[in-house]
Design a protein around this ligand. Structure first.
Ligand code: WT7
Length: 651
């Protein structure tokens, strides 16, 4: 690693008026630790409350009785906070800039007044379909303004949305519709992306074959492409929006009423429905959006994530809109029509804050700096990264070529479960180090524990697993329909603490360095995949007897998916079968789950009790078989030599 990579980067000039200044950070952090009720009692006032809260924090991390409540007797409406309260001052300000996939199509500027009209009408369409407070609505939409309208329309009437990433397969969609018990699914005809079109309506048709006949399908006619149409089930939502009344009174909601469910992968079993509630979540999303990006009135802010992930929820829709910001929604991909698209969009819309993932930075870095240098990026002030540890090379490239050394980089560590940023730099207050997420946000209490003894590692220069020992308002409250699983997953392993699943190091200066997942979750291009999910997709194929999936270092994706596959007796391993299995996983889960490498494994290393030794499989996949450790407990040590001899090469 270069010297530059480990050195501190001072706060660039021009941040003297940042919202948080160097002297503020320590003071506010200490206050948030010493007096959480006072601190968050004040921060809660960022929101407009119908009935103000009298209680701030009421949380318990004790295994068996985990309970998390913030602002528990407050009443508010999230859509009002994101829209109505801005209307007196910002009706004509742009709320959402929509940049379509095709750069030759005009961008759309949606004002707060127009957003209000669309959301009210969308909400009335939902009501006309019988959606009531507390009902679940699945949203299977691409990056179009209607996705934000749909989310906010749910919030307006107190329905709970569950956005399913448009890259997921019909099976994955059906599972989420069924697990959440949704009454309605919202989709569109087709979704342009990188010049191609994803058939979302026909995916939804396929999914609904596995769901209750009662589920209604609201279709946004986005491209006008032909789709099948089932009378009585399918509803043309844009046409209906013209028919319904323009006003929909907001439903007063309790601070702890669920706002949304978002499914995410864990180390075992099916994806879990992470539940976020209204008051604490919105307060935390708004506060982190404002302070972490140093968002000032009039700025144009762009987060390149998809609304199908939590980043899109907190930092495209809820945080920015709660702050009355202008938020950009981009329908396309970084490489279309060419590798300059991100920078063309930054120039075109004079973007001030730009937030993306290390995987995107790495792939654009590979295309050469000339793609960046073609564009005027002088509007940029703050750069952000999220999703996985950023390698110092990519950090330095981002800083040099995109930020021209003028823009602080905020490396934001957080999770679907945390609702908002947890460990992150602040542009005007914290010096950065390439590859480190730096310091905890206000109210966040990280602890580093020894993974086996669970002992707290005090002081600096320590390493272990990362936990949070106290609650923050944006924290998930439960797993949909399974509170015991919530407690077991996050609070059992290190009692009294929320366990992230990540390893980390706290360096001599107290800076945090996330070292990656320590469980059976892999991080592919910033997307979370449970190895168990890919395995169960593989073994569902008739020719597969057994499968074991692990991650391995991948130059662009961070981690790639490495699958060891044992075929049924008598089945020949061929290249065709390899392709067939890849395609199979794509249709079972989605393109992001497709194995990068498949190794035919006549046998898998198992203990005498039959447990697959993943540690060994991980080492082989990482090309690190010099350090396999103890293999003496294996039932048949010879399989290891066979696997090493036939491993898949990846440089
Ligand atoms: C996992 C959470 C919420 C952000 C999008 C991903 C990894 C996330 C960082 C970062 C190092 C990071 C962790 C975490 N991660 N951000 N800045 N540095 N690692 O959300 O799908 O819930 O995944 O992403 O491993 O546990 P997610």
């Amino acid at each position: 690693m270069s010297v530059e990579a480990i050195s501190r980067h001072p706060i660039p000039a021009g941040f003297e008026n940042a919202l948080v200044k160097p002297e503020d950070y320590a003071r506010l952090y200490a206050e948030s630790m010493n007096d959480p009720d006072g601190f968050w009692g004040r921060e809660g006032k960022r929101l407009d409350w119908i009935t103000p809260y009298s209680k701030v924090k009421n949380t318990d991390f004790t295994m068996g009785k985990v309970s998390i409540k913030w602002f528990e007797d407050g009443v508010l409406n999230v859509a009002v906070n994101c829209i109505d309260r801005h209307l007196p001052t910002r009706a004509n300000q742009t709320a959402i800039i929509f940049e379509p996939d095709d750069p030759n199509q005009p961008a759309r500027h949606i004002s707060y007044a127009e957003l209000s009209d669309k959301v009210n009408r969308f909400a009335n369409v939902l009501l006309s379909q019988g959606v009531m407070r507390g009902d679940r609505v699945v949203i299977y939409l691409p990056m179009i303004p209607e996705a934000a309208y749909a989310m906010l329309a749910c919030a307006r009437i107190g329905a709970i949305h569950s956005v399913v990433f448009a890259g997921f397969s019909p099976d994955a969609l059906a599972n989420r519709i069924n697990d959440s018990g949704a009454k309605v699914v919202i989709t569109c005809d087709t979704a342009p992306r990188g010049g191609r079109r994803t058939p979302l309506k026909s995916n939804t048709d396929a999914a609904l074959l596995h769901c209750s006949d009662k589920v209604r399908c609201l279709v946004v006619k986005h491209t006008g492409d032909q789709t099948t149409w089932i009378q009585g089930r399918d509803v043309d939502v844009l046409a209906q929006m013209e028919e319904v009344a323009p006003d929909c009174p907001p439903r007063p909601m309790n601070a702890e009423d669920p706002l949304f469910i978002l499914y995410t992968s864990g180390s075992t079993g099916k994806p879990k429905g992470v539940v976020h509630t209204s008051g604490g979540y919105l307060c935390y999303a708004a506060m982190t959006h404002e302070l972490v990006f140093d968002y000032h009135e009039g700025d144009v802010y762009w987060c390149t994530a998809d609304v199908g992930w939590v980043t899109g929820h907190s930092y495209i829709v809820y945080g920015p809109l709660a702050n009355g910001a202008t938020t950009l929604m981009f329908e396309g991909v970084p490489s279309y029509p060419d590798a300059g698209r991100f920078w063309a969009v930054c120039e075109k819309h004079k973007v001030n804050q730009f937030y993306t993932a290390p995987t995107a930075i790495r792939s654009l870095m590979g295309q050469g700096p000339e793609w960046v240098e073609k564009y005027d990026l002088s509007s940029l002030r703050v750069l952000g990264t999220v999703g996985e540890p950023i390698n110092p090379e990519a950090w330095v490239w981002y800083d040099h070529h995109v930020g021209k050394g003028r823009c602080p980089i905020v490396d934001t560590f957080w999770q679907t479960e945390t609702g908002g940023h947890m460990i992150t730099s602040l542009p005007g207050a914290i010096e950065t180090k390439p590859g480190s997420a730096t310091l905890p946000f206000f109210g966040v209490k990280p602890v580093v524990l020894d993974p086996s003894s669970a002992e707290v590692q005090e002081g600096n220069g320590v390493e272990g697993v990362l936990c949070f020992s106290d609650s923050w308002p944006g924290q998930m409250r439960t797993i949909w329909g399974d509170h015991p699983r919530f407690m077991e997953t996050y609070f059992q392993q290190y009692p009294g603490n929320y366990f992230t699943g990540d390893g980390c190091r706290r360096d001599a200066d107290g800076y945090y360095w996330i070292t990656g997942r320590v469980d059976d979750v892999i991080n592919v291009s910033g997307h979370r995949m449970g190895t168990a999910e890919v395995e169960s997709a593989l073994v569902a194929h008739e020719k597969v007897a057994e499968a074991a999936v692990v991650g391995y270092p991948h130059n662009l994706k961070g981690q790639g998916i490495y699958a060891y596959v044992t075929l049924m007796n008598g089945i020949e391993p061929t290249d065709e079968l390899r392709k067939e299995l890849e395609a199979w996983v794509r249709t079972e889960i989605g393109p992001i789950a497709k194995p990068d490498l498949i190794q035919w494994a006549p046998g898998l290393p198992k203990t005498r009790s039959g447990k697959i030794m993943r540690r060994i499989l991980r080492k082989i996949a990482e090309n690190d078989f010099g350090a396999l450790g103890d293999t003496s407990t294996l039932s048949d040590p010879a399989v290891v030599d066979e696997l090493i001899a036939n491993r898949q090469n990846h440089g």
